[in-house]
Design a protein around this ligand. Structure first.
Ligand code: SF4
Length: 443
């Protein structure tokens, strides 16, 4: 069995190295000053790897400048270029940054042609010592693979193994793989299948783990922790990104928590647990509200996802920002955390399910504000899946199984989707939320 260690600049991923914490800028890479500013803040906040969106060849020059200036300032955090549709852009970016993320679903439909495109990219990566992430997403698997296996965790695993074999054929091992989904059950299943398949094949590539389009606030954190901690607790996962529809700095404390906890540098604040039948009763003594949320999600996400228990009750206390101890027994906060974790692990839906991308350089509108407004106005639609996506390029594919989608087109226009079908196009942003609500009402 060979466990691969990937080198991206000064960072080593996999092969028993500590879990790497990463995030992604949500600036336009072409806006060099804004992106540099965000990179500096992320570096200061502990990002060990920073991804930037590179939509096309026009973004290569700014990418070069950002990379050069960061290095001149002594910031040596590896940069990752996020590429979707253009293998030519990937090739150019691979000459500049330490790692390139590609989405295989966007490579040529013809498998032979995709292999040729990939071989050219690999040759450049070998020459420049650049790592690659093969970043598959549940919502954007290629047509060929979904026609064979459906839109399933098995299809995700098969697609990943196909690309892993292409790497091995090209004698290229500087590769990390990810299989993200917004649905925690799909995501966990896909990574478990891939980990097993790699073990059986004898070559284990490092895995980048994350729940994609997790949303924001407590629910985005709980959903991310439930999915990611389930995998990390099984030794699956070498680098972590927590995707939140918030400033990327906010992702880092959650990712750091996960890396420290599963790197055995931090322990849960749970002080007792009693499992009777299919119900767990746990008592905490947590140092803060946030820590309680994270510990509870990590302690019980896996048990709920794997259906080991059906109910959980929270007891004990946490210390609030006011320095006071807040009792959990029978409290609204305890009930809320249980409801949120039940929803995150897809065991019980007490409100709508939201799918929202974190936004990136492709986002042309105020995603955070819009998402919060959509959440506020749809809070009564229990069980419905509503997506708010930053761009029309990847949004429709990535929103997977949403019932309704609000997708930014750019130029202050929006397309509204019912399932996978666009039902209203080019709607001015100022009217789009009203129209979304009206269409949902109509059914
Ligand atoms: S869907 Fe969101 S995160 Fe993904 S490329 Fe578009 S704007 Fe960026």
């Amino acid at each position: 069995m060979t466990s691969i260690t990937v080198k991206a600049g000064n960072v080593a991923i996999g092969g028993g190295n500590p879990i790497v914490v990463q995030t992604m800028c949500n600036t336009h890479t072409s806006d060099v000053e804004a992106t540099l500013g965000q990179c500096r803040r992320l570096y200061g906040a502990g990002a060990e790897m920073i991804r930037l969106t590179v939509p096309g060849p026009g973004d290569i020059a700014p990418l070069k400048e950002i990379h050069r200036r960061l290095r001149e300032e002594g910031i040596d955090t590896p940069l990752v270029a996020d590429i979707h549709f253009s293998s030519e852009t990937a090739i150019e970016a691979a000459k500049v940054v330490e790692k390139v993320r590609i989405n295989p679903g966007n490579f040529h439909r013809d498998h032979q042609k995709a292999c040729e495109q990939f071989s050219r990219l690999v040759a450049v990566c070998k020459e420049h010592g650049t790592a690659i992430r093969i970043g598959l997403n549940h919502g954007s698997l290629g047509e060929r693979i979904t026609s064979l296996y459906g839109n399933t965790p098995i299809a995700m695993k098969e697609a990943a193994m196909e690309w892993i074999r292409m790497c091995i054929t090209n004698s290229f091992y500087n590769v990390v793989v990810s299989l993200k989904a917004s649905n925690t059950i799909v995501m966990v299943e896909a990574y478990r299948l891939l980990a097993k398949a790699m073990e059986e094949s004898g070559t284990i590539f490092p895995l980048h783990v994350g729940v994609t389009e997790a949303g924001n606030g407590d629910s985005g954190r709980i959903k991310s922790i439930a999915g990611i901690s389930t995998l990390l607790s099984e030794g699956i996962g070498d680098t972590v990104r927590v995707s939140l529809t918030e400033p990327p700095e906010n992702e880092l404390p959650v990712a750091r928590y996960l890396a420290d906890r599963y790197g055995r540098r931090l322990h849960s604040s749970m002080v007792s647990i009693n499992i009777e039948g299919r119900k767990a009763v746990a008592a905490y003594d947590a140092p803060s509200r946030d820590r309680l949320l994270m510990d509870f999600s990590a302690d019980f996400g896996k048990m709920l996802l794997d259906r080991k228990i059906d109910e959980v009750e929270l007891k004990g206390a946490y210390t609030g920002e006011d320095g006071q101890r807040h009792l959990l027994d029978g409290s609204d906060y305890a009930a809320y955390l249980v409801d949120e974790l039940m929803q995150a692990s897809r065991r019980r839906f007490y409100r709508p399910e939201y799918v929202a991308c974190p936004g990136c350089g492709r986002t042309m509108y105020n995603l955070e504000e819009t998402f919060n407004e959509v959440k506020r106005r749809t809070a009564h639609l229990k069980g419905m899946v509503i997506a708010v996506m930053g761009c029309i390029v990847n949004g429709p594919g990535e929103m997977a199984d949403a019932d309704w989608g609000y997708v930014g087109e750019g130029n202050h226009r929006v397309t509204i989707y019912k399932g996978k079908t666009p039902v209203a196009r080019h709607i001015p942003e100022t009217e789009a939320i009203d129209l979304l609500l009206a269409l949902i009402e109509k059914g």
